[in-house]
Design a protein around this ligand. Sequence first.
Ligand SMILES: [Ca+2]
Ligand SMILES: [Ca+2]
Ligand SMILES: [Ca+2]
Length: 531
Amino acid sequence: MKSARSTLALLAIFLVAAMALFWSMGSEPVQQAASGNADAPTDAAPDEQGAAPAVPVDSPYWSDPAGVGQPYPPGTVTGLITFRGNPTRTFYGTGPIPRTEPAEAWRYPTEGGLCGVSDDGGGPETWCGTGWTGQPSIFERDSRTWMVFGAYDYGVHFLDANTGDQILPPFKTGDIIKGSVTIDPDGYPLVYTGSRDNYLRVLSFDGDKPKELWKLSADAVSPVKWNNDWDGSPLVIDDYLFEGGENSQFHIVKLNRSYAPDGSVQVDPELVFNTPGWDDELLEAFGGEAVSIENSVAIYKDTVYFANSAGLVQGWDISGLTEGQDPQRVFRFWTGDDTDASVVIDQDGFLYIGSEFEKANARSREIGQMMKLDPNNPDNPVVWSIKDPESGGVWGTPALYNDVVVYDTNAGDVLAVDRQTGNERWRFQLPGPTWQSPVVIDGTLLIGDCQGDMHAYDMTDTTVAPTELWKVEIGGCIESTPAVWGGKMWFGTRDGQMHALFPSDQVTAPVPATTPSAPAVGESPATVPAG
Ligand SMILES: [Ca+2]
Ligand SMILES: [Ca+2]
Ligand SMILES: [Ca+2]
């Protein structure tokens, strides 16, 4: 949060004063309130063991470096509320992930699947469950743990994360939802979600059913290229929303959130900035119009980073946004190939990139599929890179953990790379493709495979190959990124359902083991890229 937002600063001062007054009146002091985040995670920032630096409420930046590895920066919502948890896409939830085999607490729906028919140009097909990226959001609200996610049945679902019961009926968009929703970080009962139906939506969930308050069409801006879906998980900071679209444009929306006199939440959004995510140099070099932005934008300090399907990684300076200055592009790097993994940023501002290997062009052979970039050295930003075309490259968003970065590949490789040197520490193989993003919390690596097994590995020592702690057979390709909260785990599969795995001592009546059903119909991740 930028200190320039004087109203917020004043509000904070007022709140502190009000709390001080409350305590001085002789009430029981609420200790958690003083720390501001009662449920602060126990896992340290990726860079450090032990105490993580506090994220300053009055940071001069849109996204403070101290927020790397931490939950969504100062806001009022406790939870995992966007794809990879925060603006640098480096928070995966809270542990501890159980070290012994968990039990399946619930499944949703209890019968049948979350299926919908969609046509990506090759004719209508039935899609089931959740896929890439498909991470649920988990958050605390009204003494309940909520879970919100979009699925292939066109629906945005609102569940009690502990029971799997519907809190609200689903909101149906006009097509399948591939991306991960974002929950408003400031406590407004709002969810931001894309869909393949060409709209990015703002939905409210303060009533007895979710309500559409606003939507942005992929055709609202021009020029556009290639497609019109919205897969990226938006970021919301200080009433501004940041989002890339498959229309190949980057958008900034001023949300103007407030409450109506009757107490219901309202928005009055205004598109304040948009820019093509391509340039002539890219079109010429890449040789095509497929320049969609499908990853989720990331923000570090005052720069927004994203990449597109032609492999252009870019940074846009937003330091003057609130003063009416248009963002300026300050970083440009071409990987050569489709980059759908989100840009991951560490505390020092280095970028970790994963690219696919589809075009098989000279640039992607030269640059490689996994890389660390230094945006402060724009003429020669490659700190290290790994050439691994045989793997097909990367769809999952890499995970930072202590001194390594963990990638997974289309071929099912899971590997750790020394963040300093770029040397590969270890690698193992799962039944691919693995398109989900690895989750590492408190020394435990959680990752599923496309045969339908969820695995946990001991990763406390990053220098040795992880040993498997447990494996649970779920059935159905696990293509979506899991959400973890308090050691409980949630993820959807391409078989059609959302699954909840809890530490076994917290499950009284486990769901019977699944019999893997017929292979999911529709797009197979093995043959069709994330377009
Ligand atoms: Ca579409
Ligand atoms: Ca793509
Ligand atoms: Ca897409």
